[in-house]
Design a protein around this ligand. Sequence first.
Ligand code: AHR
Length: 722
Amino acid sequence: MKKAIIYLSMFLVMGLIFYGCAPKVKFDDAAATIQIDAAKVVSDVGPLMYGLMTEEINYSYDGGLYAELIRNRTFQSPAPVARGFQRPRLQPAAPHDVQSQQHVKPVSGQQVLPAIPDRVPRGNPQQEQRPQFPPQQLNPSAVITDTAVKYVKGLYYWNLIAEGDAKVSIAQDSIPQEGTALTKCLRLDVTAVNNSNRAGFSNEGYWGIPVKPNTRYKASFYAKSAPGFNSPVYVTIESNDRKTIYANGTVESISGEWKKYTLSLNTADLKATSDACLSITTKSPGTIWFSLVSLFPPSYKDRPNGNRADMMTLMSQMKPAFLRFPGGNYLEGNSPDTRFNWEKMIGPVEARPTHYNASWGYHSDDGMGLLEFMYWCEDLGMEPVVVVFAGLYLGGKYEPVTGEPLQVLIKEALEEVEYLTGRPDTEWGAKRIADGRREPFKLKYIEIGNEDWFDVMSYNNRYTAFYKAFKEKYPGLILIASATTVKSVIPDMVDLHQYMNVRNCLAEAHRYDEYDRKMPPVIIGEYATREVSPTSNFYGGICDAAYLTGLERNADVIKMTCYAPKFVNVNPGGMQWTSDLMGYNGLNCYGSPSFYVQAMFSKNIGNKLVSSSITNVPIGKENGFEEIFYSVTKESTTGKLYLKVVNVSGEPKLLQVAIDGMKKIASTANITRLSAAKLTETNSIDKPEKIIPVFFVEKGFGNKFVYNLPAYSVNVFELKGE
Ligand code: AHR
């Protein structure tokens, strides 16, 4: 993390280290040559080229970005049996082909897309034999055996504390609290205890409660006591072996009626650890009920109910321009109860009923609700891309919604927009203000459904119905279609998802060279070269870089891009989807090489795509793949030219560059490079910065220059006119 911050600040101070010289070699007719006409603008580069996609997967929010440390805080989580991911609808075996999505007949109530043949990498006469990475792979470590026996039924992740000869029990109880969505609670019965022992319960958090030095934690809970209990309750962050108290506080007495209790727990100068829990105990007999137990560390920008500061800081390094949320499969769920329903995720957390995230096999406490997504956008300066539920459940049991029920969903989506953008005199605008946000949000992008090519038969009608209703009420909104098969109206944009492997990603760098320019502009709302887990390695990163050069070269149609999934909790059982962008545990986080590729690209993009071509692209002898990928953009306000060149081969490659349309290119250029000795190298929670970009200044550039590209390298050249 420290190194990454240094890397960032190096951008700001424009490092002054001179790092060797580009070799002065004369142009050779046979060598790879990029010809650039910097004066000839092909198109604008959209200001939202690089963004983020997010959903609740791999413990992205609960146990991830959302800073809450208590697991199952409202005692509503079902038994912790992560069954792993099983998608009931079939997924195409290859990246989703713009041209290949077809109408297919339902088979036993399910829509099945035909397998799409892989594209053959350019220059490769035959498919490489490397087996294809499975498009969705069940993570074996996500399959946890049923541990319910360890817990009292309904009190998953909560444990009993009975010190000495204390006699105590805990049970799940059902006592709805008026005016809230809190229906379940924990009942603590202490029948025997003395002053030298404690009786109570503890929460184990998400793979432990992370404890950091000199930190103020905010603990809170709802409680009420049975008549006769008039004693203090102790709230403690302590080691799991109960030998070390890291922070503690006391609530002197508990009322006979439900009441919220809040206290600060402050740690001293200790060594950070996750081997800890939160305990609530008493030294007196009696009965107490507890509900919504919460523990927050300081959050990013001190937002109440906010996000983890370290993850937000790391994310900000990517300079993301937009956030696509809330999914992903998480949007759709398997049924009406398990989809993302924004109306149940607003207001105080006490008012949120929580839901089972059937898409990824665990309960969601829904602290990360609609407003929290919007605040996340504001905190990182991102444009929100709100995906609304469009009637497609992933569970085979439910048919896509049509007719009158579809109108209900459309109304719900329109109300969502009103909630976010409405004036105080609108019903939902007033509700937003009541929820603490006066200013309407700026909102421009709405996506209708997620991956509705899983049911192309019904999507044309569903999208069209949403489109008409939205255009009537909110004509200024850009309405993204999640499949390319809509015919009744012309979508403003289409969202294409590309999950690739190291075999086909290089060919994908050319996919949009052939994109039909009469089709709507594109958001690549999910992409990744999937290679290893939990986060992708340098092989994945360099392939992503090659692919992204292809997206930049087609910036006239590709307007937005974002990697998916974004987050993974690297603890055992935390991952449902392999190859993710950022990994973390309770204490630390890191970015994968793909993360740094995106950071490099998004910081060096400019606003114009300029005319360019390449000749004599070297072809790998063994695999027949192209070995050099590139793109060229410029910033019209500064005149800076950004040349990105990726050498995917294990050998250095000579590159010749000729630049017209700029008077005189300065001899000195800023270079940012990501490279690794081996493709298999990676970052991890223990070695978070093994592979990070280096920034340096080099001489020897001009309107014509020759450069020796290092093996396995992603290079960004920032060239200036003199
Ligand atoms: O990114 C993981 C999943 O891949 C998303 O939830 C879904 O949209 C896609 O199929």
